[in-house]
Design a protein around this ligand. Sequence first.
Ligand SMILES: NC(=O)c1ccc[n+]([C@@H]2O[C@H](COP(=O)([O-])OP(=O)(O)OC[C@H]3O[C@@H](n4cnc5c(N)ncnc54)[C@H](OP(=O)(O)O)[C@@H]3O)[C@@H](O)[C@H]2O)c1
Length: 221
Amino acid sequence: MKIAIIGGTGRQGFGLALRLAASGMEVLIGSRVREKAAEKARELAEKLAARGVEAQERVTGLDNFAAAREAEIVFMTVPYPAGREIAASLKEVLKGKIFVDISVPLKSFNPPEVEMPPEGSAAEEIQALLGEEVRVVGAFKAVSSHALANLERPVESDVLLCGDDPAAKEEVKAVCERLGLRAFDAGGLRSARTTERLAALLIGLNQRYKRRAIGIRLTGT
Ligand SMILES: NC(=O)c1ccc[n+]([C@@H]2O[C@H](COP(=O)([O-])OP(=O)(O)OC[C@H]3O[C@@H](n4cnc5c(N)ncnc54)[C@H](OP(=O)(O)O)[C@@H]3O)[C@@H](O)[C@H]2O)c1
């Protein structure tokens, strides 16, 4: 399966790309600048090669549009609100595809505060913008990029999936499980109102305790 990561050159996107490629998936790193994506793809392949994993053949750097067009599932890891414009530019090639929105609508980073759009959450805003033909799932909002990038350790955080298309959530859950992550159906897309706020809470905890990978794990499951 081919997975595109729009903004895969950044912290969250690169961490995800690393895990996906390490698990044997085909990854298309997307960027506004193709050469930047190609550079990151090389860096990723080198990192995995150093661990004895040959991934060069299945990691490619492309511009965001080409990455979204070629992929079956498209993740987006760009800062809010830049993602709105980028997602809108990809609308035509996203039809029928799963679009995993990871953005958190932060108004400030320290202290971390969200400012929700009129639709209720960044994920709902993206769904409204892309229309019903795109299957939006909000996920990974409360998973730290540091945890994703550190291949020495499994990611301890659980993934909370929000979306109005149950089959799309199941597919994203399967991808998470392939990465060794537990994923839970957290309800409809409007649950992203909670997961996006939770992400801000976790940023605050990381700041206060001088950590980088504090996340959440469900108990009693
Ligand atoms: N970092 C985390 O631990 C974490 C955790 C959960 C959720 N998130 C969310 O994931 C998203 C990305 O966070 P990040 O920490 O990965 O950000 P980042 O390191 O700044 O990377 C973002 C990437 O987005 C692209 N981009 C597109 N438009 C941009 C713009 N106007 N300004 C800056 N970059 C732009 C850039 O790629 P090109 O220049 O190659 O196009 C950049 O490499 C955010 O919405 C954040 O809230 C992050």
